[in-house]
Design a protein around this ligand. Sequence first.
Ligand code: APR
Length: 244
Amino acid sequence: MYDRSVTTPLGVDRYRHVVVLTGAGVSRASGLPTYRGEGGLWTQGDTVRNSDGATMAADPEAVLRFFLPWRRQIQAVAPNPAHTALAAAEARRGPGTSFTVITQNIDRLHQRAGNQDVIEIHGSLFRSRCTACDLPAFDDDRADVELLPRCERCQALLRPDVTLFGEMPPARADHDAKRALRTCDLFVAIGTSGLVWPAAGFVRGAAYAGARCVYVNLDPLDDATDFRESFLGKAEELVPALFG
Ligand code: APR
């Protein structure tokens, strides 16, 4: 059921454990591209190849030259009303309740908007880790591709702490996401095409836990089976109305 005209608030504050899954569509209004669809990142040149784990192994500099400049592009944009509405909703949480954002995005805009409980299921562009040793991942906003950053411990190249194609999501994030889904009573997916696992299956876990499952997106989902209701439109317009 798509209910685009009537956008009454979801009544978020009356739910005990809210889980929001976000995708690239939630950052679109901040000026960042989505991955698929018109103007999507994956429609441009070698982007998919340079976002693949196999390329990281064979030609790490190509991956770094693709990702590192993104840090500067993202630092130049700001969270939009969708991000700020989600941060305000978390700030209203009372004792014994939770508001968890599971994001597929690597742009850290949810944290910049003020959300605290954020699970980065595809990692973060603003963290680096070593390609060779077990140096712990650390916050890193360096974007200079002329001097590719190297590990202070073993001098191997550093890489962004993001999940590339063919790689598994971070174990801690996967664990925390599934734990949040087991107890949620409201699940809202925002701005995602629902094509990439494990995130694409999170609604199933939420529905099994008995949560009200809501889909907010510009385009309809091919398989909306597990969602009880959907709102079609721009996240930057719908999210403030739905989470207010
Ligand atoms: N408001 C709401 N939704 C929007 C908006 C908007 N302003 N603009 C675009 N969208 C929707 C599109 O209709 C699309 O369904 O956002 C969705 C973006 O889909 P994708 O580009 O596939 O992004 P996402 O779902 O986040 O991709 C998941 O795929 O390639 C991997 O790691 C990458 O995290 C990414 C994952």
